[in-house]
Design a protein around this ligand. Sequence first.
Ligand code: HEC
Length: 193
Amino acid sequence: MKGKTAIIAAVLLCALAPCTVLAQMKDSDKIALIARGKYLVNLGGCNHCHSPKVMTPKGPMVDETRPLSGSPSVMPVALPPDGMLAPDKWGVATTMDLTAWAGPWGVSFAKNLTPDKETGLGSWTEAIFIKALRTGKDMGEGRPILPPMPWEDFGKAKDSDLKAIFAYLQSLKPVKNAVHDPIPPAAAPGGGH
Ligand code: HEC
């Protein structure tokens, strides 16, 4: 049912806004593309890092009210204790919801992948998305994308798979969540080794 709502929302969205490639497709092709994207997003484990979680007796589970909306901006940035991360100690620390990660690169925060225009991928095109994953640069031309985002692995996917992933992400409910900028190593005690 949820999937159906997302597809209807996507079709409506494309009816209202000029959705480049999707707009020129037959409805049945759009539905198939979005379904394939959803399958690949599950397989790629994007939810592990990009979805806020709710705590349950079974541990943290995806918050189904705002999937793939990135590291929640309301969460205080609690840095790991100084000295915790070192070459001969622990290498990486992560928050309970797996959306913020401290390591030798400083602290990175998983991006909002929903189609919100200001805080998510709402203004991205399919071409920007593919270029970002292929080059490992923010929006395909900015700063390097930080770990643990596995862009080297996803960047090897076929164009058709990356297009399907992008179509699915654009079909999600837009969620306003301005994710924190990364914290460089020098400013991140415990994460700056
Ligand atoms: C192990 C954790 C992890 C997984 C799994 C993961 N991501 Fe990420 N992703 C991140 C983090 C952290 C960032 C932010 C990196 C930064 O700020 O440089 C990010 C950033 C991104 C970006 C923004 C790139 C840019 O240009 O700024 C995109 C797009 C993205 N991820 C898509 C995906 C998709 C699609 C999947 C699943 C197929 C996925 N991610 C799986 C952690 C992850």
